[in-house]
Design a protein around this ligand. Sequence first.
Ligand SMILES: NC(=O)c1ccc[n+]([C@@H]2O[C@H](COP(=O)([O-])OP(=O)(O)OC[C@H]3O[C@@H](n4cnc5c(N)ncnc54)[C@H](O)[C@@H]3O)[C@@H](O)[C@H]2O)c1
Length: 331
Amino acid sequence: MQRIIQVGLGAMGQGWANCVAQSERWEATAYVDVNRKRLAAAAERHGMPRNRCFRDLKTALGSVEADAVLDVTPQQTRRDVCATALEYGLHVLCEKPLADTVKNAVALTEQARSVNRTLMVAQNYRYQPATQTAKRFIARGRLGKVGYVGVSFHKGPHFGGYREQMPYPLLLDMAIHHFDMMRCILGGDVAAVQGTSINAPWNWNRGDATVSAFLEMSDGVGVNYFASWVSQGWETDWNANWRIEGEKGVLLIEDSQVYIADKCATRRRVAPVKMAHTHQAWLLDGFATALEKKVEPDTSAGNNLNSLMTTHAMTRAVEEQRRVRVEELLQ
Ligand SMILES: NC(=O)c1ccc[n+]([C@@H]2O[C@H](COP(=O)([O-])OP(=O)(O)OC[C@H]3O[C@@H](n4cnc5c(N)ncnc54)[C@H](O)[C@@H]3O)[C@@H](O)[C@H]2O)c1
């Protein structure tokens, strides 16, 4: 068992705390949250002793032994939390996005490299049967060469809190899952983006929460991405619905099921990849394996930068109404 300090016990943190409690490879050795009530509630639920509950990470790091930190705080505090953990020589598994800005994400990536520690991003949408099934189907050449892709996402969550105050809540908080899925399923990076944001008349967020965008993958595949967080009915699921057009047919992801259609009006279900763990449980397992085998995870900070930069390239494209190359974000 490796020992992990969990920082952040809010909405998502509660789910992580349950997963860590069920993990055969990690034990929670301390909880940290600036919010006393959330800290106490999580401690009570999981039997964490009082002397292992802290209001700030530095005190926790000075008081308990640990191998890693799990950062489930919002993106605005990511740099501080991860940088502190790395400074104390710990490995880090952090929630998405890797940071609130590209500058902070690059700084964390460089810090992790310089101290030779693993900083892995929790891009859980990769680690579920729908994504892995589509990825494998394409990687085995069963769709032939991919030409273009359409992604359609419609949800209407009322989160309250910091998300509803963000300038582009959908792009800055959610879309990274879909951009990262694109990279995983299609097996390449995003090279350039264009887009327009839409402020639906009933939008309850401060910033626009609907986007119509076009992404160019590094091998030339074009992705039409329409996504909204203010849908008023008939929502898609969180993975979005996908239509991937290839030489040999169309691969569809609908309601998290994968279908192949190589004739006009029929489609058949593709047998899903079997996975012993999915989502957060996979990430905990994958993190432990990466540390044990000393290998770089697929969602290490360095590998994840393209997903993060894509979200910021997209907000720039929307604001400046032009095609933005993702690499521009590093200049
Ligand atoms: N992978 C997913 O599917 C998924 C889903 C939801 C949220 N998330 C991500 O999880 C992260 C947290 O989101 P959430 O919805 O749980 O937010 P939240 O606001 O509900 O919870 C965040 C918690 O962090 C605590 N916190 C803030 N700053 C802190 C600090 N410096 N030290 C210690 N504790 C601190 C807050 O008090 C709060 O309890 C975000 O990055 C979000 O994008 C991921």
